[in-house]
Design a protein around this ligand. Structure first.
Ligand SMILES: [Zn+2]
Length: 472
């Protein structure tokens, strides 16, 4: 029950504020129903309120304010460590919302999905070690392990996985194929139109292409490999309005799920499904919540991001109720357009000055491609096997694919690093899923020229491995 009823403080941090308020009202409704009858049975049910205003008390991004926020984060992590000391993972798991269905994901920070129970277990361990925190029900993560680029400031925009930008490569960004499930029924045509409307401003801002593939609508689910992501309805009872994914997520986690509550928005409010989808597609391009920057003074999530532009209180990725400046129309600002172009290059209609970019991706280096396929390998529990190093061209793309072999594939885990053989706590890419099919698609930094691969038996496992890279 707890997992389905956000606490007020968690409400205050989750994306779908409107929907969260609905959930809150539902809680009240249940409480009233269970209590002795206090009002006539003819009383109308509580009306979900969508009257959302930016929070008050915004802080300026002075060094002092940012330092104070960081101190609060540390204190929250320490409090979380105390809260969960001696508790079991199962007790923690019960407090985290999980989507219904077999492929349901764990949801944190409002609309961010953790795709696998193994990852949630690791997350819990970090909380117990004081590395992560939950503040009043809100989960907070600090940078753990991995390489942190020198001089990387702690502010926003692109998602980082162990210090590397989590973005589409130069080929992938032009092939963002998606389907819209026919299970939307009578709403299907309007969802298709809303997706088109939501992808357009991102395509105008950045050199990315979302490609609608109607032929896959009838089989539009997480297992469909003919699309990059699927757009489906979900019934999470208002836990979120919609949720998406980050570029480096594995296929099964790359979904845009739209809750029933997104279709119940008041027509006279700013919040629309198109606006919600603009925000969610921002995550799908790699953007974090802007309000995780300490400058927002609230709603901090974690430090695993790289700022692309100066802090923008009006960003489409900033929840208005987290000291945001915008209304709930969730439009792209000039900074959003610039930030998107800092990473992907300019789209068809973007007049922003890119000299404001605090970080830019280098062009992808091309050349002679090598593919190496390795024979089927068997690992015992906890056994590790190293591959490489492979000599590769700096700035080029590397694809490492692992798949299960035979009927007892088990659960091998794939690890990739650029500067040394991967270790359990040190890697650039590690999907860490509960099965054998894992992929790492990466762009090599300009100062790296080798790729190291490791596979470890999380259980006994049989797998095949292939690596595709550009020769130096
Ligand atoms: Zn979000």
């Amino acid at each position: 029950m707890n997992a389905r009823i956000p606490t007020p403080s968690r409400l205050a941090t989750a994306l779908a504020m409107a929907l969260l308020l609905i959930a809150c009202n539902k809680t009240d409704e249940v409480a009233e129903t269970e209590a002795p009858v206090a009002e006539p049975p003819t009383a109308p049910p509580p009306t979900p309120t969508l009257a959302i205003k930016p929070a008050e008390g915004a802080v300026d991004a002075t060094d002092e304010a940012v330092a104070a926020t960081k101190d609060q984060i540390k204190a929250a992590a320490a409090a979380s460590r105390e809260k969960w000391r001696g508790k079991t993972f199962e007790e923690f798991e019960a407090t985290v919302y999980k989507e219904p269905g077999e492929d349901g994901k764990y949801i944190i920070d409002g609309d961010i999905a953790i795709p696998d129970r193994k990852l949630l277990q690791e997350y819990f361990k970090d909380i117990q070690n004081g590395l992560n925190g939950t503040a009043g029900g809100k989960l907070i993560v600090n940078q753990i392990g991995g390489e942190r680029p020198p001089g990387m400031p702690t502010a926003i925009a692109v998602n980082l996985v162990n210090g590397r930008p989590d973005i589409w490569n130069s080929a992938g960004k032009k092939q963002l194929k998606y389907c819209v499930s026919t299970t939307f029924g009578a709403r299907h045509a309007s969802v298709v139109a809303d997706m088109a409307a939501a992808t357009q401003p991102w395509e105008e801002a950045a050199n990315v292409d979302f490609l609608y593939v109607p032929a896959e609508n009838g089989n539009c689910k997480a297992s469909n490999q003919n699309v990059v992501f699927d757009v489906r309805p979900v019934d999470v009872g208002g836990e979120y309005l919609a949720r998406a994914f980050f570029p480096n997520d594995q296929r099964a986690a790359r979904n845009v799920l739209i809750d029933e509550s997104s279709f119940q928005l008041a027509p006279d409010e700013e919040l629309t499904l198109v606006g919600i989808l603009r925000h969610e597609l921002g995550h799908a391009l790699g953007w974090r919540h802007e309000h995780t920057r300490p400058e927002s003074g609230t709603c901090f999530e974690d430090s695993q991001f790289q700022p692309l532009t100066s802090y923008d209180r009006f960003s489409v990725m900033h929840y208005p109720h987290c000291n945001g400046g915008g209304d709930w129309s969730l439009q792209l600002t000039g900074s959003d357009k610039a930030g998107a172009a800092c990473i992907y290059g300019k789209g068809s209609n973007n007049t922003e000055n890119l000299s404001q970019c605090l970080f830019q991706m280098p062009d992808v280096a091309t050349g002679s491609v090598a593919t190496e396929n390795f024979p089927t390998e068997t690992l015992a529990l906890s056994q590790m096997k190293q591959y490489g190093p492979f000599d590769v061209k700096p700035g080029s793309l590397v694809e490492v694919h692992m798949s299960g072999a035979g009927s007892s594939a088990g659960d091998p885990d794939l690890y990739v690093d650029f500067s040394r053989p991967p270790e359990l706590s040190r890697w650039i890419c590690r999907p860490f899923l509960s099965h054998a099919n894992e992929i790492c698609d990466l762009q090599l930094p300009l100062n790296r020229r080798k790729v190291y691969v490791m596979v470890r038996g999380y259980t006994a496992a049989n797998y095949q491995l292939s690596i595709k890279y550009v020769r130096p």
